[in-house]
Write a protein that binds this ligand. Structure first.
Ligand SMILES: [Zn+2]
Length: 136
């Protein structure tokens, strides 16, 4: 178990370093842009413009690694819903705003005939899907 955690940490550390390097790739864009807008004596930026950009990208990388990781791996953000106005609920027939679950990690209705449900019926259906083991 301890070995497994160590391996996982090592992989995450590598990703973190790669991510910080990736942020530095935008330094050649940031430094001249900053130089241009502050009327720097050099159009390519002074040494200070470059150092400032490197430091800013380093700080940005340290922070946004965690933000981006959350965005790209959050289970709560995996479910894709489609919302449409004035639909007839497929369960109760009510004309209202309709909801339909399109895709989650283990559920895919992207190529199916869309079935919209009113809020109440959609909540019932969502509960039913959860009982069937769908990640929603
Ligand atoms: Zn309904």
């Amino acid at each position: 178990m301890a070995t497994r955690n160590k391996i996982k940490m090592k992989i995450n550390f590598r990703r973190y370093v790669l991510y910080l390097i990736r942020w530095q790739l935008s330094t050649p864009i940031l430094a001249p842009v900053v130089a241009y807008f502050k009327n720097s004596p050099s159009i390519f930026g002074t040494k200070e413009d470059w150092i400032g950009s490197i430091v800013a990208n380093f700080i940005g990388g340290l922070i946004f690694f965690w933000v981006d990781q959350f965005i790209f791996t959050s289970k709560g953000l995996e479910a894709q819903w489609e919302v449409q106005e004035n639909i007839a609920c497929v369960d109760c027939g009510k004309i209202t705003r309709g909801y339909r679950l399109v895709k989650t990690k283990n559920y895919d209705r992207t190529k199916h005939n869309p079935q919209f449900r009113c809020e109440k019926c959609s909540q019932k259906k969502t509960e039913e899907l959860r009982k069937r083991g769908i990640d929603v």
